[in-house]
Ligand binder design. Structure first.
Ligand code: SF4
Length: 61
């Protein structure tokens, strides 16, 4: 499984609130850009996937 961020679903106009739900600091954001996922750090807990109100963070096989 991989956690991805769908840029087209991310408004990219604010600090991503999902960053703080990641307990291992795997979600990173530069400016207001769509966040990126550090796949090595990510433990696939799904917290950010379930949190993102835009459905921009998704799990793919
Ligand atoms: S799935 Fe969990 S560990 Fe991975 S980026 Fe999201 S919150 Fe962080």
């Amino acid at each position: 499984m991989e956690i991805i961020v769908k840029k087209e679903k991310c408004p990219q106009d604010h600090s991503c609130p999902a960053i703080k739900v990641c307990k291992v600091d795997a979600l990173k954001q530069e400016g207001f850009n769509a966040p990126t996922v550090d796949q090595d750090a990510c433990v696939k807990c799904m917290e950010c996937v379930n949190y993102c109100p835009m459905g921009a963070i998704q799990a793919i096989e």
